[in-house]
Design a protein around this ligand. Structure first.
Ligand code: S3P
Length: 176
């Protein structure tokens, strides 16, 4: 029954890289809502934001989540803002009753800033003061992540491998 793991958390906390390695270790498949939004729309995320706006992006993300969430033996990495969409949030909340374990990856704002500062792929951080925006968005989303999470891992100082082993141990402990 418990054979799906969803990774939530802010941009730059390592959801994709950690999710991919975790899936490999468990012998499960890996999916990523950002990749699937790009694949199904044929557009990059910056292009979707630029041409159609955030609201439309959240709609695409919601449709992709509805398709991917039921897949068993899968690790699913989600976009950092998925929890801000009420319908996506509800889907995640309800999925916990049908066997989804939700892992929240966190990191300190300065670490996130260093990881994402040089990449033009995060439209929400293309602002004059990205660090202030990271702090603002993190505060606004904190409660949403916290309310969904079965387990939290801070990735600021830990290697990908250490984080993966920590999630693996938690999942195998059956304490979700
Ligand atoms: C977003 C996070 C991004 C991507 C989009 C919006 C957000 O995903 O979905 O740029 O609102 O935090 P990552 O968390 O994978 O960077």
């Amino acid at each position: 029954m418990h054979n799906r793991i969803v990774l939530i958390g802010f941009m730059g906390t390592g959801k994709t890289i950690i999710g991919r390695q975790l899936a490999r270790q468990l012998g499960w498949s890996f999916a990523d809502t950002d990749w699937e939004v790009e694949r199904s729309s044929g557009l990059t995320i910056p292009a979707i934001f630029h041409q159609y706006g955030e609201h439309y992006f959240r709609e695409c993300e919601r449709n992709v989540l509805a398709q991917l969430l039921p897949q068993s033996h899968q690790v699913l990495a989600t976009g950092g803002g998925i929890v801000t969409d009420l319908e996506s949030y509800r889907m995640l909340q309800e999925s916990k009753e049908s066997g989804v374990t939700i892992i929240w990856l966190t990191a300190r704002p300065e670490v996130i800033y260093q990881r994402v500062a040089c990449t033009p792929t995060r439209p929400l951080l293309q602002v004059p003061d990205p660090l202030a925006e990271i702090i603002r968005l993190m505060q606004a989303r904190h409660q949403l992540y916290a309310a969904l999470a079965d387990y939290v891992v801070d990735t600021s100082e830990q290697s990908v491998n250490t984080v993966v082993q920590s999630i693996d141990r938690f999942w195998k402990s059956g304490e979700w």
